[in-house]
Ligand binder design. Sequence first.
Ligand code: 13P
Length: 256
Amino acid sequence: MWHCGLELTDLAVRKIVIAGNWKMYKTQAEAQEFLRGFAPELEKTPDDREAILCVPFTALGILSQSLHGSRVRLGAQNVHWENEGAFTGEISAPMLVEIGVSYVIVGHSERRQYFGETDATVNLRLKAAQSAGLTPILCVGETKQQRDAKETESIIFAQLAQDLVDVDQKNLIVAYEPIWAIGTGDTCEAGEANRVIGLIRSRLSNPDVSIQYGGSVKPENIDEIMAQPEIDGALVGGASLQAASFARILNYKLPN
Ligand code: 13P
């Protein structure tokens, strides 16, 4: 099943995508322990949902083996723009593809904030990911200061304009992650997330791009978030680290 736009004349179909971003958490052993709890919960998951785990590079190999034949797709959290070269500490898209990775997060605010990621390098990473057959998850969002200064729209529009130059919007997911809502427990109000995501969609050339919300998503708020018509999924940090809570998020319920 697919998330349909509200208007009957609108034939757009957008995939529902629920992704966990483990950030720098979990050893291989801990990742496998997670799967033991998580796998049985997948039996309850409706077919309409793409489930993704974006894990540290060191856990990708073991999870690729453990998830073989499962409906859960594997994602990385960064990718370099060259296929190979003298780039100490970086990982290339073909390296990710070889071990069974399908998705990669690009431009997460933590990379922009702590590791000097710019819109120019985000653009390079997006194109490299796509060239290798990966689907990038592009993160955009504003700081608290920018929101308070009423710059939310202009910041996000500028990010999209620069990040998406020559990027194929047929193989792309966007995540709206307001920085002030990440890891703070301070979720963006669902209606406001819906509004901003609608604005993001208005800037895309392909209306079928799935757009996720991220920032303090948890079992307690996922149902309300997913009831919003513009929101096609979630990018989940802290609450994706426990099997039970991520399963509850993946198995979100819509009001009848
Ligand atoms: P939290 O869900 O922990 O707020 O993190 C969100 C995030 O950064 C996902 O990429």
